[in-house]
Design a protein around this ligand. Sequence first.
Ligand code: SF4
Length: 375
Amino acid sequence: MADFLYIHIPFCINKCLYCDFTSVRYYEPYAMTYVDALCRELDIKKNSTNALKSIYIGGGTPSLLPDKCFKKIFRCLNDNFNLSSSTEITVEANPGTINEPDINTLLSLGVNRLSMGIQSFNDYELKTLGRIHTSEDSLGSIELIKKAGINNFSLDLIYAIPGQTENSWHNSISEAVELSPSHISAYELTPEKKTPLYGLIESNKIKMPDEEIILEMYTHVIDYLASYSYEHYEISNFALPGQRCIHNLNYWDMGNYIGAGAGAHSFVNGTRSENTKDIDNYIEKLNHGEIPETESTSLTLNDCQKEFVFLGLRRIEGINIMKSENLGLNIPDVCGELLNEGYLDIDKGCLRLTRKGLVISNTVIVELFEKLGLD
Ligand code: SF4
Protein backbone atom coordinates (compact mmCIF):
# COMPACT_ATOMS: atom_id res chain seq x y z
CA MET A 1 0.00 0.00 0.00
CA ALA A 2 1.14 3.53 -0.66
CA ASP A 3 0.21 7.02 0.55
CA PHE A 4 1.53 8.82 -2.52
CA LEU A 5 0.13 8.99 -6.05
CA TYR A 6 1.83 10.30 -9.18
CA ILE A 7 -0.20 10.99 -12.35
CA HIS A 8 1.57 11.57 -15.67
CA ILE A 9 0.08 13.82 -18.36
CA PRO A 10 2.31 13.36 -21.44
CA PHE A 11 1.31 16.35 -23.58
CA CYS A 12 3.19 19.51 -24.50
CA ILE A 13 2.79 22.22 -27.12
CA ASN A 14 6.27 21.52 -28.49
CA LYS A 15 9.12 19.28 -27.55
CA CYS A 16 11.87 21.30 -25.78
CA LEU A 17 15.34 20.70 -27.19
CA TYR A 18 16.68 19.11 -23.98
CA CYS A 19 13.64 17.00 -23.14
CA ASP A 20 13.79 13.24 -22.71
CA PHE A 21 10.53 12.88 -20.75
CA THR A 22 7.53 10.96 -22.03
CA SER A 23 5.63 13.66 -23.90
CA VAL A 24 4.02 14.21 -27.30
CA ARG A 25 2.38 17.15 -29.04
CA TYR A 26 -0.90 18.22 -27.45
CA TYR A 27 -4.09 17.54 -29.37
CA GLU A 28 -7.31 17.90 -27.37
CA PRO A 29 -9.30 14.86 -28.63
CA TYR A 30 -6.24 12.65 -28.05
CA ALA A 31 -5.75 14.09 -24.56
CA MET A 32 -9.39 13.36 -23.75
CA THR A 33 -9.05 9.74 -24.88
CA TYR A 34 -5.91 9.52 -22.76
CA VAL A 35 -7.71 10.88 -19.69
CA ASP A 36 -10.44 8.23 -20.15
CA ALA A 37 -7.74 5.56 -20.11
CA LEU A 38 -6.03 7.19 -17.14
CA CYS A 39 -9.28 7.07 -15.17
CA ARG A 40 -9.56 3.35 -15.99
CA GLU A 41 -6.08 2.82 -14.59
CA LEU A 42 -6.92 4.83 -11.46
CA ASP A 43 -10.01 2.67 -11.03
CA ILE A 44 -7.89 -0.51 -11.27
CA LYS A 45 -5.41 0.87 -8.71
CA LYS A 46 -7.98 2.24 -6.26
CA ASN A 47 -7.24 -0.40 -3.63
CA SER A 48 -3.47 0.07 -3.65
CA THR A 49 -3.39 3.21 -1.52
CA ASN A 50 -4.19 4.31 2.02
CA ALA A 51 -5.37 7.84 2.78
CA LEU A 52 -3.30 9.88 0.34
CA LYS A 53 -0.67 12.23 1.70
CA SER A 54 0.06 13.61 -1.74
CA ILE A 55 -1.00 13.59 -5.36
CA TYR A 56 1.44 14.97 -7.92
CA ILE A 57 0.16 15.63 -11.44
CA GLY A 58 3.25 16.02 -13.60
CA GLY A 59 4.22 15.85 -17.23
CA GLY A 60 4.48 16.89 -19.88
CA THR A 61 2.44 20.01 -19.36
CA PRO A 62 -0.63 19.10 -17.28
CA SER A 63 -1.81 22.73 -17.36
CA LEU A 64 -2.65 22.24 -21.06
CA LEU A 65 -5.57 19.97 -20.17
CA PRO A 66 -8.98 21.59 -20.49
CA ASP A 67 -11.14 22.02 -17.37
CA LYS A 68 -13.36 19.09 -18.33
CA CYS A 69 -10.36 16.72 -18.18
CA PHE A 70 -9.27 17.94 -14.75
CA LYS A 71 -12.84 17.65 -13.51
CA LYS A 72 -12.99 14.08 -14.78
CA ILE A 73 -9.67 13.15 -13.15
CA PHE A 74 -10.71 14.63 -9.81
CA ARG A 75 -14.14 12.98 -9.94
CA CYS A 76 -12.32 9.70 -10.39
CA LEU A 77 -9.87 10.50 -7.59
CA ASN A 78 -12.62 11.50 -5.16
CA ASP A 79 -14.69 8.41 -6.01
CA ASN A 80 -11.84 5.95 -5.64
CA PHE A 81 -9.22 7.34 -3.28
CA ASN A 82 -9.12 8.73 0.22
CA LEU A 83 -8.24 12.45 -0.08
CA SER A 84 -8.42 14.97 2.74
CA SER A 85 -7.86 18.69 3.14
CA SER A 86 -4.28 17.92 4.23
CA THR A 87 -3.43 15.98 1.04
CA GLU A 88 -0.72 17.91 -0.83
CA ILE A 89 -2.04 18.19 -4.39
CA THR A 90 0.48 19.58 -6.89
CA VAL A 91 -0.07 20.33 -10.57
CA GLU A 92 2.81 21.17 -12.88
CA ALA A 93 2.17 24.15 -15.13
CA ASN A 94 4.13 25.99 -17.78
CA PRO A 95 4.05 29.74 -18.34
CA GLY A 96 1.58 30.80 -20.99
CA THR A 97 -0.57 27.67 -20.60
CA ILE A 98 -2.77 28.80 -17.70
CA ASN A 99 -5.32 31.55 -17.37
CA GLU A 100 -7.45 32.84 -14.52
CA PRO A 101 -10.45 30.48 -15.04
CA ASP A 102 -8.07 27.47 -15.25
CA ILE A 103 -6.44 28.40 -11.96
CA ASN A 104 -9.82 28.87 -10.30
CA THR A 105 -10.95 25.45 -11.55
CA LEU A 106 -7.83 23.82 -10.14
CA LEU A 107 -8.39 25.56 -6.79
CA SER A 108 -12.03 24.48 -6.69
CA LEU A 109 -10.94 20.87 -7.28
CA GLY A 110 -8.60 20.96 -4.28
CA VAL A 111 -5.23 21.65 -5.93
CA ASN A 112 -3.15 23.42 -3.30
CA ARG A 113 0.31 23.63 -4.89
CA LEU A 114 1.54 24.63 -8.34
CA SER A 115 4.96 23.90 -9.79
CA MET A 116 5.91 26.29 -12.58
CA GLY A 117 8.47 25.38 -15.27
CA ILE A 118 10.12 28.81 -15.49
CA GLN A 119 13.68 27.52 -16.22
CA SER A 120 15.19 30.99 -16.81
CA PHE A 121 14.26 34.66 -16.89
CA ASN A 122 16.54 35.22 -19.87
CA ASP A 123 14.80 34.95 -23.25
CA TYR A 124 17.96 33.93 -25.11
CA GLU A 125 18.42 30.99 -22.73
CA LEU A 126 14.76 30.02 -23.04
CA LYS A 127 15.22 29.91 -26.81
CA THR A 128 18.36 27.82 -26.47
CA LEU A 129 16.33 25.32 -24.43
CA GLY A 130 13.54 25.37 -27.02
CA ARG A 131 10.97 26.56 -24.49
CA ILE A 132 7.79 28.06 -25.92
CA HIS A 133 7.52 30.87 -23.39
CA THR A 134 9.29 34.15 -22.67
CA SER A 135 10.22 35.68 -19.33
CA GLU A 136 7.25 38.04 -19.75
CA ASP A 137 4.93 35.01 -20.01
CA SER A 138 6.44 33.69 -16.76
CA LEU A 139 5.82 36.95 -14.94
CA GLY A 140 2.24 37.10 -16.28
CA SER A 141 1.47 33.52 -15.17
CA ILE A 142 2.90 34.06 -11.70
CA GLU A 143 0.91 37.25 -11.31
CA LEU A 144 -2.25 35.24 -12.06
CA ILE A 145 -1.32 32.57 -9.53
CA LYS A 146 -0.73 35.14 -6.82
CA LYS A 147 -3.90 37.02 -7.69
CA ALA A 148 -5.82 33.76 -7.21
CA GLY A 149 -4.37 33.58 -3.69
CA ILE A 150 -1.99 30.64 -4.28
CA ASN A 151 1.07 31.18 -2.11
CA ASN A 152 2.30 27.62 -2.20
CA PHE A 153 4.00 27.56 -5.58
CA SER A 154 7.36 26.32 -6.73
CA LEU A 155 9.57 27.65 -9.52
CA ASP A 156 11.84 25.35 -11.53
CA LEU A 157 15.06 26.90 -12.78
CA ILE A 158 17.92 25.47 -14.84
CA TYR A 159 21.61 26.40 -14.76
CA ALA A 160 24.53 25.38 -16.99
CA ILE A 161 22.54 26.32 -20.11
CA PRO A 162 24.78 26.82 -23.18
CA GLY A 163 25.55 30.54 -23.46
CA GLN A 164 24.47 31.24 -19.87
CA THR A 165 26.77 33.49 -17.85
CA GLU A 166 27.18 33.73 -14.09
CA ASN A 167 25.48 37.13 -14.26
CA SER A 168 22.43 35.94 -16.12
CA TRP A 169 22.06 33.02 -13.68
CA HIS A 170 22.33 35.42 -10.73
CA ASN A 171 19.62 37.57 -12.35
CA SER A 172 17.31 34.59 -12.86
CA ILE A 173 17.68 33.57 -9.23
CA SER A 174 17.07 37.07 -7.90
CA GLU A 175 14.02 37.53 -10.17
CA ALA A 176 12.69 34.24 -8.86
CA VAL A 177 13.16 35.27 -5.22
CA GLU A 178 11.41 38.59 -5.85
CA LEU A 179 8.28 36.63 -6.76
CA SER A 180 8.27 35.02 -3.27
CA PRO A 181 7.72 31.39 -4.23
CA SER A 182 7.44 28.94 -1.33
CA HIS A 183 9.83 26.56 -3.09
CA ILE A 184 12.56 26.70 -5.73
CA SER A 185 14.14 23.82 -7.65
CA ALA A 186 17.46 24.61 -9.34
CA TYR A 187 18.57 21.84 -11.69
CA GLU A 188 21.87 21.55 -13.49
CA LEU A 189 21.29 20.94 -17.20
CA THR A 190 22.69 17.55 -18.16
CA PRO A 191 22.11 17.13 -21.89
CA GLU A 192 20.81 13.63 -22.55
CA LYS A 193 21.94 11.71 -25.61
CA LYS A 194 19.28 11.54 -28.35
CA THR A 195 18.05 15.07 -27.55
CA PRO A 196 18.55 17.82 -30.17
CA LEU A 197 20.40 19.91 -27.59
CA TYR A 198 22.98 17.16 -27.14
CA GLY A 199 23.51 17.09 -30.92
CA LEU A 200 24.00 20.86 -31.03
CA ILE A 201 26.62 20.66 -28.26
CA GLU A 202 28.38 17.68 -29.84
CA SER A 203 28.61 19.49 -33.17
CA ASN A 204 30.03 22.59 -31.43
CA LYS A 205 27.12 24.77 -32.52
CA ILE A 206 26.61 25.79 -28.91
CA LYS A 207 28.86 25.41 -25.89
CA MET A 208 28.18 24.51 -22.28
CA PRO A 209 29.60 26.90 -19.66
CA ASP A 210 33.00 25.84 -18.25
CA GLU A 211 33.02 23.46 -15.30
CA GLU A 212 34.23 26.10 -12.79
CA ILE A 213 31.46 28.46 -13.88
CA ILE A 214 28.89 25.71 -13.37
CA LEU A 215 30.26 25.11 -9.86
CA GLU A 216 30.06 28.82 -9.11
CA MET A 217 26.43 28.83 -10.32
CA TYR A 218 25.57 26.03 -7.93
CA THR A 219 27.33 27.53 -4.90
CA HIS A 220 25.77 30.91 -5.67
CA VAL A 221 22.24 29.54 -5.62
CA ILE A 222 22.86 27.80 -2.28
CA ASP A 223 24.23 30.97 -0.64
CA TYR A 224 21.78 33.38 -2.23
CA LEU A 225 18.69 31.38 -1.35
CA ALA A 226 19.96 30.79 2.22
CA SER A 227 20.20 34.58 2.63
CA TYR A 228 16.45 34.73 1.84
CA SER A 229 15.57 31.97 4.36
CA TYR A 230 15.16 29.18 1.81
CA GLU A 231 16.27 25.90 3.38
CA HIS A 232 18.45 23.77 1.16
CA TYR A 233 16.90 20.35 1.82
CA GLU A 234 17.90 18.31 -1.23
CA ILE A 235 20.74 18.69 -3.73
CA SER A 236 18.54 20.71 -6.14
CA ASN A 237 15.67 21.80 -3.90
CA PHE A 238 15.07 24.74 -1.59
CA ALA A 239 12.00 25.66 0.45
CA LEU A 240 10.81 28.27 2.90
CA PRO A 241 10.33 26.76 6.40
CA GLY A 242 7.47 24.25 6.39
CA GLN A 243 7.12 24.27 2.59
CA ARG A 244 9.18 21.24 1.53
CA CYS A 245 7.55 19.10 -1.14
CA ILE A 246 6.01 16.15 0.72
CA HIS A 247 5.69 14.16 -2.49
CA ASN A 248 9.35 14.35 -3.44
CA LEU A 249 10.53 13.76 0.14
CA ASN A 250 8.83 10.37 -0.11
CA TYR A 251 10.92 9.47 -3.20
CA TRP A 252 14.16 10.33 -1.40
CA ASP A 253 13.01 8.31 1.64
CA MET A 254 12.39 5.28 -0.61
CA GLY A 255 8.73 5.32 0.41
CA ASN A 256 6.02 3.47 -1.49
CA TYR A 257 4.19 5.28 -4.29
CA ILE A 258 1.76 4.46 -7.07
CA GLY A 259 2.16 5.89 -10.55
CA ALA A 260 -0.57 6.22 -13.17
CA GLY A 261 -0.23 7.31 -16.78
CA ALA A 262 2.06 6.50 -19.71
CA GLY A 263 5.64 5.90 -18.55
CA ALA A 264 4.72 6.31 -14.86
CA HIS A 265 6.62 4.27 -12.27
CA SER A 266 5.32 2.67 -9.08
CA PHE A 267 7.35 1.45 -6.13
CA VAL A 268 5.71 -0.76 -3.54
CA ASN A 269 7.46 -2.89 -0.91
CA GLY A 270 10.73 -3.13 -2.84
CA THR A 271 9.16 -3.80 -6.24
CA ARG A 272 9.46 -1.21 -8.98
CA SER A 273 7.13 -1.31 -11.97
CA GLU A 274 6.84 0.86 -15.04
CA ASN A 275 3.95 1.59 -17.38
CA THR A 276 4.44 1.52 -21.12
CA LYS A 277 5.72 4.84 -22.50
CA ASP A 278 3.86 4.27 -25.75
CA ILE A 279 0.69 6.33 -25.36
CA ASP A 280 -1.34 4.42 -27.99
CA ASN A 281 -0.37 1.15 -26.38
CA TYR A 282 -1.22 2.57 -22.94
CA ILE A 283 -4.72 3.57 -24.11
CA GLU A 284 -5.29 0.29 -25.95
CA LYS A 285 -4.31 -1.88 -22.99
CA LEU A 286 -6.61 -0.01 -20.64
CA ASN A 287 -9.45 -0.14 -23.17
CA HIS A 288 -9.10 -3.94 -22.91
CA GLY A 289 -9.03 -3.80 -19.11
CA GLU A 290 -5.33 -4.69 -18.98
CA ILE A 291 -2.75 -3.17 -16.65
CA PRO A 292 -0.39 -1.14 -18.87
CA GLU A 293 2.79 -2.27 -17.11
CA THR A 294 5.81 -3.32 -19.14
CA GLU A 295 8.25 -4.12 -16.38
CA SER A 296 8.19 -5.14 -12.77
CA THR A 297 11.43 -5.70 -10.88
CA SER A 298 12.01 -6.68 -7.29
CA LEU A 299 15.00 -4.83 -5.92
CA THR A 300 17.85 -7.05 -4.75
CA LEU A 301 19.60 -6.26 -1.46
CA ASN A 302 22.41 -4.63 -3.47
CA ASP A 303 19.85 -2.47 -5.36
CA CYS A 304 18.18 -1.43 -2.10
CA GLN A 305 21.49 -0.55 -0.48
CA LYS A 306 22.55 1.52 -3.51
CA GLU A 307 19.27 3.40 -3.72
CA PHE A 308 19.32 4.00 0.02
CA VAL A 309 22.79 5.59 -0.19
CA PHE A 310 22.16 7.47 -3.43
CA LEU A 311 18.76 8.89 -2.46
CA GLY A 312 19.72 9.46 1.19
CA LEU A 313 22.77 11.52 0.29
CA ARG A 314 20.66 13.68 -2.03
CA ARG A 315 18.94 14.97 1.09
CA ILE A 316 20.96 17.61 2.94
CA GLU A 317 20.14 15.93 6.26
CA GLY A 318 21.78 12.79 4.88
CA ILE A 319 21.51 9.12 5.72
CA ASN A 320 20.41 7.83 9.10
CA ILE A 321 23.28 5.56 10.13
CA MET A 322 21.12 3.29 12.29
CA LYS A 323 18.76 2.69 9.36
CA SER A 324 21.73 1.94 7.12
CA GLU A 325 22.89 -0.72 9.60
CA ASN A 326 19.46 -2.36 9.39
CA LEU A 327 20.12 -2.68 5.65
CA GLY A 328 23.47 -4.36 6.35
CA LEU A 329 25.62 -1.32 5.54
CA ASN A 330 28.63 -0.44 7.69
CA ILE A 331 29.01 3.13 6.57
CA PRO A 332 31.21 4.59 9.36
CA ASP A 333 33.72 1.74 8.90
CA VAL A 334 34.39 2.52 5.26
CA CYS A 335 34.04 6.26 4.79
CA GLY A 336 36.97 7.43 6.98
CA GLU A 337 38.90 8.78 4.01
CA LEU A 338 35.92 10.73 2.62
CA LEU A 339 35.31 12.13 6.12
CA ASN A 340 38.98 13.11 6.55
CA GLU A 341 39.08 14.74 3.15
CA GLY A 342 36.02 16.81 4.07
CA TYR A 343 33.57 15.46 1.49
CA LEU A 344 31.29 13.87 4.09
CA ASP A 345 30.55 14.48 7.74
CA ILE A 346 28.49 12.81 10.45
CA ASP A 347 26.02 14.92 12.41
CA LYS A 348 23.26 13.78 14.81
CA GLY A 349 23.62 10.17 13.71
CA CYS A 350 23.41 11.02 10.01
CA LEU A 351 26.03 10.83 7.27
CA ARG A 352 25.79 13.75 4.88
CA LEU A 353 27.60 15.56 2.11
CA THR A 354 29.52 18.66 3.16
CA ARG A 355 29.54 21.77 0.96
CA LYS A 356 32.77 20.45 -0.59
CA GLY A 357 31.09 17.09 -1.22
CA LEU A 358 27.83 18.60 -2.54
CA VAL A 359 29.47 20.24 -5.54
CA ILE A 360 30.88 16.89 -6.66
CA SER A 361 28.12 14.72 -5.22
CA ASN A 362 28.11 12.13 -8.01
CA THR A 363 31.83 11.48 -7.65
CA VAL A 364 31.55 11.15 -3.86
CA ILE A 365 28.56 8.80 -4.12
CA VAL A 366 30.35 6.57 -6.67
CA GLU A 367 33.41 6.42 -4.39
CA LEU A 368 31.23 5.50 -1.43
CA PHE A 369 29.58 2.74 -3.49
CA GLU A 370 33.04 1.33 -4.20
CA LYS A 371 34.05 1.45 -0.56
CA LEU A 372 30.81 -0.28 0.43
CA GLY A 373 31.39 -2.95 -2.22
CA LEU A 374 28.15 -2.08 -4.06
CA ASP A 375 28.06 -2.72 -7.78
S1 SF4 B 1 7.64 21.35 -21.23
FE1 SF4 B 1 8.80 19.83 -20.03
S2 SF4 B 1 7.96 17.83 -20.60
FE2 SF4 B 1 7.29 19.33 -22.16
S3 SF4 B 1 8.78 19.16 -23.77
FE3 SF4 B 1 9.45 20.82 -22.42
S4 SF4 B 1 10.81 19.82 -20.93
FE4 SF4 B 1 9.66 18.21 -21.96
